[in-house]
Design a protein around this ligand. Sequence first.
Ligand code: NI
Length: 186
Amino acid sequence: MNLPIVAYGDPILRKVAVDIDKNYPNLQQLIDDMFETMEKSKGVGLAAPQINKSIRLFVIDSTKMYDEDEPDHGEALREVFINARMLEETGDDWPYEEGCLSIPNIREDVYRQEHILIEYYDRDFKKKKKTFKGLTARVIQHEYDHLEGKLFIDHIKPLKRTLLKGKLDKISKGIVDVSYKMKFPK
Ligand code: NI
């Protein structure tokens, strides 16, 4: 099922999400629905707060970002992250133009560190502890932020953010040209 994506301005995007256990109702269906929603909206990641559930669950698919031969950018990954905890972020900050399905039509350079070490459960509730780098790490960092109530625009310079205020207000009022289903706060 294709789910509506919560737009910027909804307080759920600012909440710290909570852990779940393997008995969470209809978890497998929810994960499938999140992948479907992400794909229909052409996203590379989707976090549960964006579909109006404040739980520590996100899905990513960075495979489409790896069309060109970019060996330095690590391995592409399609994966489910449950109850994730970021253990380390290391390496140099590097810029990449990020966007977010909850903040349509805005893209800005965000600096993040290159390597991460993260602990999480996969969709079968198998515990994993893994390192990622490059674009895949980037997508994980962006989605992980959603669990902490953070958005990519929090990482940009205050002056730039001020310049975006008008656009952001419009998004929260539903005044935005978007091709996928959204849920607006007002
Ligand atoms: Ni996002």
